[in-house]
Design a protein around this ligand. Structure first.
Ligand SMILES: [Zn+2]
Length: 184
C-alpha cells in the first residue's frame, strides 16, 4: 500500500503507478465528482477503441500512442464514467477558486493548455438523439467504487471536483494506491 487517504472537495493527488498497480476510488459520502488524467492521455483513442463516450468495467484508457495505459478492472456504481468533458476551470467560479484543470495541471506540473482532457468519474450525462448533452445531478453514493489497474507505468492525477453544489461539496472519497508488490 503506498497511498491511502480521504480526500474532499477541491483536493487532488498525483500518484506514480507502476504496471499492475491498482488505484481504487471509493465514495464515502455525498455525491462527489472525481476527475482523473495523465499527461499522455488521449480522449480520442479512448473513444475510438471503446466505441463509447461512457466507460464501464473492462474498458481501457488509451494514450496518445494508442496504447492502453489503464483498465477499469472494477466498476461498482449506478452513476457513470464519462470521457466527454475536460474538467472544470477557474472561470466557472464567481470566487475564482481553482477548477479541476488548474488543480490537475499544478500537481502534474504542466501548463493548463498542455493538460489533456479528463476521465469524469461518478458524473451522469444524458446524451440526446440530437447529440446534445444534459449534465444530470451527480448520483454517486457511499459504497460506490471504481478500481483501475495500470497497464504501464504512469503518473495519474486525481481531483475531487470543487464544483459548488451541495451534494458535490459534501462529497468525500477515499483514494487507495495498491502497489503490485503489496498484497491486494
Ligand atoms: Zn471539477
Amino acid at each position: 500500500m503506498s497511498f491511502d487517504a480521504v480526500m474532499q472537495h477541491g483536493e487532488a493527488v498525483k500518484l506514480g503507478l507502476s504496471r499492475n498497480d491498482f488505484l481504487e476510488i471509493h465514495v464515502l459520502s455525498g455525491a462527489p465528482l472525481v476527475d482523473l488524467t495523465f499527461l499522455s492521455y488521449s480522449q480520442g483513442y479512448t473513444i475510438d477503441n471503446n466505441m463509447a463516450v461512457m466507460l464501464t468495467e473492462g474498458n481501457r484508457i488509451y494514450d496518445i500512442n494508442n496504447e492502453p495505459v489503464l483498465v477499469l478492472s472494477k466498476v461498482r456504481t449506478q452513476s457513470r464514467i464519462n470521457i466527454l468533458f475536460p474538467g472544470c476551470i477557474q472561470e466557472y467560479y464567481e470566487d475564482e477558486q481553482l477548477g479541476c484543470r488548474e488543480i490537475l495541471s499544478n500537481i502534474l506540473n504542466t501548463r493548463k493548455s498542455q493538460l489533456p482532457s479528463t476521465v469524469n468519474l461518478f458524473m451522469d450525462v444524458e446524451i440526446h438523439p440530437s447529440g446534445q448533452l444534459t449534465i444530470l445531478n451527480p448520483n454517486g453514493v457511499a459504497g460506490d467504487f471504481v478500481t483501475l489497474e495500470a497497464l504501464e507505468n504512469v503518473d495519474v492525477g486525481v481531483s475531487v471536483c470543487p464544483w459548488k453544489i451541495s451534494s458535490v461539496e459534501k462529497g468525500m472519497v477515499r483514494v487507495v494506491h495498491k502497489t503490485a508488490a503489496s498484497d491486494c
